[in-house]
Design a protein around this ligand. Structure first.
Ligand SMILES: C[S@@+](CC[C@H](N)C(=O)[O-])C[C@H]1O[C@@H](n2cnc3c(N)ncnc32)[C@H](O)[C@@H]1O
Length: 478
C-alpha cells in the first residue's frame, strides 16, 4: 500500500493528552468509571507509532494495537517495537475501511490528527469501528480542526492550492511563497491580519507537516456541534476536552462563562460551540463516550478525590508573611501559597515527584474540605500544568535508585537524535553533545559513580546534575 504519507514522512510525537491514563482521569472527573487496570488501546492512523510505543513500553500489562494506511511509517514503528522487544503491541499497515472484527474490543480508541484529514466516508467508518469495538465504559480521543478559526486556515490552504504550476518537489515552499505574494497586494486591513496570522502559523511548522495538512487531499473542518452530532449518530456523546485547561477552566473571564452558560440554556455542546465562537478556536481534542453513560458535570471536586496527584513544584522560600513560594521544576513558572492545606499537599508531593500520591490521603478531612478554596487552587494548578491528575503512576524512578536507568526507548533515541521520550509521555530535547552519550550509558548496569570515567571531559558533579534533571523530567525508569 502506498500513500502520500509514504512519500513524505509525517513527524510524529508522544501526545500526553491521548494517554489512556489521562483519558481515564478526565472520565473519572466527570463521574464515569472508565477501565483503569490493564486495558486494550487502539490508535487509528498511528503513523510510525511514536505515540503508541511509549505507552506500550510503560504499561506491559496492557495491549496496544496501531494501524495506518501508509507502509513506511508502520515499518519504522515495527523496527522500534522489535528493537525494544515489546510483545504487547501490534502495528499493521491497514486501511480503516478494511478493519477486521478479529481485532476485538478496546477500552480506549485514539484518533490524533485523523478526522480532519480523511474523506467523510472514512470518518463514517471510523465512528462505525468505534461503535462496534469500544468497550461499554471506554473513551474515544478524537482531534480535529474547528471553525471559526478553520475558515482562515481553509482560505490560506485554498490560496496555496491555487499556486501557479511548478515542480512537485517544491510545492510547499512555492505555496508559502505564493501566499506571501498575494498578501503583499492585499489592502483590506482585516484580510491582511488574517493572512499575516496564517503566514506566521505556517512559518512555525515543519514543511513535512504543511505538505500533508495544507497541501494534502482530504480536509474537513468542523463546528464542534456538528462533530458531536456526527458522533451522536453512532451512539456517542460529548464527554470533555482532552486537555485540562479547556476542559475545566476555558480561557475566558468567569463573567463570560456565566453569560454563555445562560445563553446555552444548560446544553453542554451548545456552550462549547459558543465558547469556540468567542475564542476563535481552531483545533479540538475531544473525548467521547457512549451516549447511555451518566456524565456528572458538577461534581468535579468530589471526583478529584478519586484521583492521584503529582506536582513538579518545589519550595524555594518561606516568606515573612507566612506564605510559601514554590517553583516549577519542570519548566518556567512559580506560585505562592497562603493556604496551609495546599502547602502541606505540595510538600508531600515534592518528596515523590515524578510519582504521585492519592489526593484523598493528602488532605486532613477531604469531606469537610470539599467546599473550601483548596479545590479551586488544586484545579488552578492542574490547568497550568503544575499538578498532574492520574489513576496510575507510570514506571518512573526516583533518584534513590542505585544503578540509574534511562528508559530503553530514550536509550535507542540517543543513537540518532536530540529528542527523547519520557515515561510521562512527553518529549524533552537535549541539544548538547554530552546528554545523549550519558543517556546511552544508563542501562542499569552501573552506579552513578562509574559514569564519569566513561565520558571524556566530564565530572561527577556534572553527571549528578544531569541525572537529577533526567529524573525530574521522567526519563528514568524504576
Ligand atoms: C495527519 S496524519 C496524523 C498521524 C499521527 N496520528 C499524528 O497525529 O502525528 C494522518 C494519518 O492518518 C493515516 N490515514 C489516512 N487515511 C487512512 C485510512 N483510510 N486508514 C488508516 N490510516 C489512514 C495517514 O496515513 C496518516 O498517517
Amino acid at each position: 500500500m502506498s500513500s502520500t504519507y509514504d512519500q513524505v514522512l509525517y513527524p510524529s510525537l508522544a501526545f500526553s493528552e491521548t494517554h489512556p491514563d489521562n483519558l481515564a482521569a478526565l472520565a473519572t472527573l466527570h463521574g464515569l468509571t472508565p477501565p483503569t487496570g490493564p486495558c486494550r488501546v487502539l490508535e487509528v492512523g498511528c503513523g510510525d507509532a511514536s505515540n503508541l510505543i511509549p505507552m506500550a513500553l510503560a504499561d506491559p500489562a496492557s495491549h496496544f494495537v496501531g494501524f495506518d494506511l501508509a507502509t513506511r511509517p508502520i515499518e519504522a514503528g515495527q523496527a522500534v517495537v522489535h528493537a525494544l522487544g515489546l510483545s504487547n503491541i501490534e502495528l499493521h499497515t491497514l486501511d480503516i475501511l478494511e478493519f477486521p472484527p478479529s481485532f476485538g474490543n478496546f477500552d480506549y480508541i485514539i484518533a490524533h490528527g485523523f478526522c480532519t484529514w480523511v474523506p467523510a466516508f472514512v470518518l463514517e467508518k471510523f465512528f462505525a469501528v468505534c461503535q462496534s469495538h469500544l468497550s461499554p465504559h471506554g473513551v474515544i480521543f478524537a482531534s480535529y480542526n474547528t471553525h471559526p478559526q478553520a475558515h482562515a486556515r481553509e482560505a490560506s490552504r485554498q490560496i496555496m492550492h491555487a499556486q501557479p504550476p511548478g515542480p512537485e518537489a517544491s510545492r510547499v515552499t512555492d505555496g508559502k511563497h505564493f501566499l506571501s505574494t498575494i498578501r503583499r497586494f492585499v489592502t483590506d486591513p482585516l484580510w491582511q491580519a488574517t493572512l499575516d496570522s496564517e503566514i506566521k502559523r505556517l512559518g512555525a511548522r515543519p514543511d513535512s507537516v504543511t505538505f500533508h495538512d495544507e497541501l494534502g487531499g482530504a480536509y474537513n473542518c468542523f463546528y464542534v456541534a456538528d462533530f458531536v452530532a456526527l458522533a451522536a449518530r453512532h451512539g456517542f456523546q460529548y464527554l470533555a476536552e482532552g486537555l485540562l485547561r479547556p476542559a475545566l477552566r476555558p480561557n475566558v473571564p468567569p463573567e463570560t462563562i456565566a453569560e454563555l452558560r445562560a445563553l446555552s440554556q444548560g446544553d453542554e455542546v451548545t456552550f462549547q460551540q459558543y465558547l469556540d465562537f468567542v475564542t476563535y478556536r481552531g483545533f479540538r481534542r475531544t473525548l467521547l463516550c457512549r451516549s447511555n453513560l451518566p456524565i456528572q458535570r458538577n461534581a468535579i471536586n468530589e471526583n478529584l478525590l478519586k484521583l492521584r496527584v503529582a506536582s513538579p513544584l518545589y519550595r524555594v522560600s518561606q516568606n515573612p508573611s507566612g506564605s510559601e513560594t514554590f517553583r516549577n521544576g519542570g519548566g518556567p513558572g512559580q506560585m505562592e501559597s497562603n493556604n496551609p492545606f495546599l502547602s502541606a499537599v505540595l510538600h508531600r508531593l515534592e518528596t515523590v515527584w515524578p510519582r504521585s500520591l492519592p489526593l484523598a490521603e493528602l488532605l486532613p478531612d477531604p469531606s469537610a474540605i470539599a467546599e473550601t478554596p483548596t479545590f479551586d487552587q488544586l484545579i488552578s494548578l492542574a490547568v497550568n500544568n503544575l499538578l498532574f491528575l492520574r489513576h496510575t503512576d507510570p514506571p518512573v524512578a526516583s533518584p534513590t535508585k542505585t544503578n540509574p536507568t534511562a528508559n530503553p526507548l530514550a536509550r535507542l533515541q540517543a543513537a540518532s537524535g536530540t529528542l527523547f521520550t519520557t515515561m510521562l509521555h512527553t518529549q524533552v530535547r537535549f541539544e548538547d553533545d554530552f546528554s545523549p552519550k550519558l543517556i546511552a550509558l544508563l542501562d542499569g548496569t552501573r552506579p552513578a559513580s562509574a559514569l564519569a570515567p566513561l565520558l571524556n571531559g566530564t565530572t561527577p558533579t556534572l553527571i549528578a546534575t544531569a541525572l537529577q534533571s533526567f529524573y525530574r523530567v521522567g526519563l528514568m525508569i524504576a
